[in-house]
Design a protein around this ligand. Sequence first.
Ligand SMILES: Cc1cc2nc3c(=O)[nH]c(=O)nc-3n(C[C@H](O)[C@H](O)[C@H](O)COP(=O)(O)OP(=O)(O)OC[C@H]3O[C@@H](n4cnc5c(N)ncnc54)[C@H](O)[C@@H]3O)c2cc1C
Length: 183
Amino acid sequence: MVDIVIIGAGPAGASAGIFAGRAGKKTVVLDNDRSGTSKAWVGNHYAVMGVTGFDLYETGKLQAQKCGAQLVTAEAIAIEPTDTGFCVVTEEEVYEAPYVLIASGPGRELAEQVGVELKSGEGRSYIKVDAEGRTNVPGIWAAGLCTGVSMHVAVTAGDGARVAIHMLSEMNGKPYVDHDLMC
Ligand SMILES: Cc1cc2nc3c(=O)[nH]c(=O)nc-3n(C[C@H](O)[C@H](O)[C@H](O)COP(=O)(O)OP(=O)(O)OC[C@H]3O[C@@H](n4cnc5c(N)ncnc54)[C@H](O)[C@@H]3O)c2cc1C
């Protein structure tokens, strides 16, 4: 049993993993290594003069691990409700947690399977979330492209962080803040 399973380690999922790991939550980040971001050249990210999407993607995964999240290269094939939360199923393992954060980029099938409500926009469907990132299924949250936010790394990374902060606040029962100071 862990605290949070995050599905996807693109900008949204890795960013959420960084915050969850730093908050001391037992966090598993599952990624099937198919981020579209890794093909990009990103010249529009705040305070980054230009970087390959590949570097962003790989560094984001490393940073999430450095912050304490466990990164597993695997495809999540199902989310199954349990008495205490959910089992996220891969070919090799089953990860159990009370909280699941879906950050699967364009993929929404897993969400649909478990009864998460979708919304439509611009000819596509997206995961419907409230202002903080909760879906209609208690315990399942979503962030990034799968929720229909603007298709830009700065936005999806920020969205992953934002939703993780709301989730951590709910878990801790008080507003979560993660600040460091230079000594
Ligand atoms: C070619 C290209 C160029 C781009 N150029 C720019 C640019 O210059 N500037 C800019 O700001 N944005 C750019 N973007 C957009 C940007 O990459 C995306 O908007 C944004 O990064 C999406 O982030 P995300 O984390 O929501 O999704 P993604 O980056 O798609 O990440 C989702 C992750 O989830 C994983 N995943 C999905 N389903 C599962 C599953 N079932 N199990 C396990 N893992 C799963 C995928 O492997 C992936 O790693 C570009 C996109 C593309 C494709």
